[in-house]
Ligand binder design. Structure first.
Ligand code: SF4
Ligand code: SF4
Length: 138
């Protein structure tokens, strides 16, 4: 089963590359990250995956997608936020010293955290070692 998981992650990584390449080199984001990870592990204990209202309200979708994510990423569902439409997970690969036990194969949500998006200012968890600064104009 592990080989299927690895193949699934390889497709996820290709998707991640295609999403991030334009952000870095073509249509650059307004902000860039500053600082570093302090390995507090907070972001691995509460992983918010955005969904739509229809998705969180569909027991069938929730069941299938949660099972898929739990299997592919080694996450475990904590709760569903029906108000703002998030599936909230924790990760089984977080080690006791706050490190990632699956660093090479970690999913996109980890690689892209903290997220720097086009239209919103980046948001950070309290105590996170990262901050954002405006990108210097060329
Ligand atoms: S919350 Fe920030 S400092 Fe803590 S583990 Fe995540 S990225 Fe690192
Ligand atoms: S795969 Fe690693 S970085 Fe991602 S949530 Fe799990 S422990 Fe954290």
């Amino acid at each position: 089963m592990r080989i299927f998981k690895r193949i699934g992650i390889i497709f996820v990584l290709i998707d991640n590359f295609l999403v991030n390449f334009p952000k870095k080199y073509l249509f650059k984001t307004r902000y860039v990250l500053d600082g570093k990870c302090l390995k507090c592990g907070q972001c691995c204990k509460q992983i918010y995956l955005k969904a739509t209202r229809a998705q969180t309200n569909s027991p069938l979708f929730a069941k299938i997608s949660v099972k898929w994510i739990e299997w592919l990423f080694d996450f475990k569902l904590k709760w569903i936020d029906f108000e703002d439409d998030y599936f909230v997970f924790e990760c089984k690969n977080l080690t006791k010293d706050g490190k990632c036990g699956n660093y090479f194969w970690r999913p996109n949500v980890c690689r892209n955290f903290p997220l720097v998006d086009y239209f919103k200012e980046p948001v950070f968890l309290p105590g996170c070692g990262y901050s954002a600064k405006p990108r210097k104009s060329p």
